[in-house]
Structure formats: C-alpha cells, structure tokens
Write a protein that binds this ligand. Structure first.
Ligand code: E4P
Length: 217
C-alpha cells in the first residue's frame, strides 16, 4: 500500500520524506490556507520535494472554472494530480481531464455510489473520507471495504485513496482491506513506527552492547 502525507506544510513533508518511504502528498484548500503562502508557490515546492503524486485541489464549483484551474494546476509539474469535488460538474471535469491524460483525485467521497460514478468517469484516485464519516456515527472504514469490493467486482482501475485518516488503526484496516493508498497527517505518520517494546528492547541492547569489548564491535 502506498503512503501519502496529508499536509501542505513543506517542513512536515521534508521530515516525512527523509525516512525514504513517502509515496506522495495530498493537499486541500484548508491545508493550503493554513500555510499562509500562495497556493501555486506551495504546490510547486511540494512537487519538487516529492517524486510521487501531489494532489492540488480546484476551488471553483462550475465546469468552466474548474477546467481553467485544473489546466493551471496540471501545468505546475508532471506529478501534479488535480483534485476535484464529487459533484456533477466535477464528474464532467474528471471525464474531460481523463480524456486529456491528466490525473485526477476525486475528493469528498462519502458513499459507494459516488465512488462508482467517479470510477466510471475515469478518476485516477477516489478519496473516501473515513474520519469525517466516523465523526457523524457512520463506519468510515466500512465504506472503504465496500469500494474496494465494488471496484474489484468490475475491474475499475481507479485507486482507493483512504483520506481523513485519524489514527494508526485506520491505516492498518486500509492495508487489510487492500486499499491502494492511505493519506495520513504528519501526527499520525509519526505514530506509525512508534512502539514502546521497540524502545525498551533497543535501550536494553544498547546497555548490553557496552559489555562487549570495544575492539569486538
Ligand atoms: C484528503 O485528501 C483530505 O485532504 C483530508 O484527508 C481531509 O481530512 P480531514 O477530515 O482530517 O480534514
């Protein structure tokens, strides 16, 4: 499963990329606004920092506006993926961009039917928002399971990108369900590797290593 980071903060991206296992980045208008920097500049920097796909989202909600913004976003770098909201005009945009060979990430997915329509339009990625579903008492990961099954049933090539991840368990479940990607905030990425038994075990090894003569190490 691919691991993306869900942030527009270039410091966080650099820290996550330093481990050498980061496959891509997702942003959204809220994350871009938090940086206080111009969107184009932020996305250009991120595309230079990371080899893999970087999602940048359109702001408009009408076809012409979204198409104009999508073309400008796609021109930033070859690894820029245009993020489009799951609304009827957005689906038209995805269809056109797919015909033009531009990669898309269809965002704000909350139902399997929405996911089906996005795949039929040729979306590269579908982003079910699991945390936001959990927040309103629905089963976020249950939606991921349904989409993976449905896409498998019909051979859709759209990749399932688990979004709105709030905990390491979301990532574990995503892997078990066969999702293609999980996009994870920095705070959660930090916790993916952590285990108290690893820290305890390492502390003991370091202590015991001191008993081995220096010329034998
Ligand atoms: C996905 O691409 C979105 O940027 C993101 O995962 C939304 O997460 P949130 O619900 O934590 O805002």
């Amino acid at each position: 499963m691919k691991l993306f980071i869900d942030t527009a903060d270039t410091e966080e991206i650099q820290r996550a990329a330093a481990m050498g296992v980061l496959d891509g980045v997702t942003t959204n208008p809220s994350l871009i606004a938090k940086t206080g920097e111009p969107m184009r500049q932020v996305l250009t920097t991120i595309c230079e920092l990371v080899d893999g796909p970087v999602s940048g989202e359109v702001f408009s909600t009408d076809y012409d506006g979204m198409m104009r913004e999508a073309q400008a976003l796609a021109a930033i770098a070859p690894n820029l993926v245009v993020k489009v909201p799951l609304i009827p005009e957005g689906i038209r945009v995805v269809k056109t961009l797919t015909e033009q060979g531009i990669k898309t990430n269809v965002t704000l997915c909350f139902s399997p039917l929405q996911a089906l329509i996005a795949a039929k339009a040729g979306a590269t990625y579908i982003s079910p928002f699991v945390g936001r579903l959990d927040d309103v008492g629905h089963d976020g990961m249950g939606l991921v399971e349904q989409i993976v099954e449905i896409y498998g049933n019909y051979g859709y090539e759209t990749q399932v990108l688990v979004a709105s991840v709030r905990s390491p368990m979301h990532v574990v479940e995503a892997m078990r369900m066969g999702a293609h990607v999980a996009t994870v905030p920095f705070a959660v990425i930090d916790r993916l590797l952590a285990h108290p038994l690893t820290d305890l075990g390492l502390a003991r090894f370091i202590e015991d290593a001191k008993k081995i003569p220096a010329d034998d190490r």
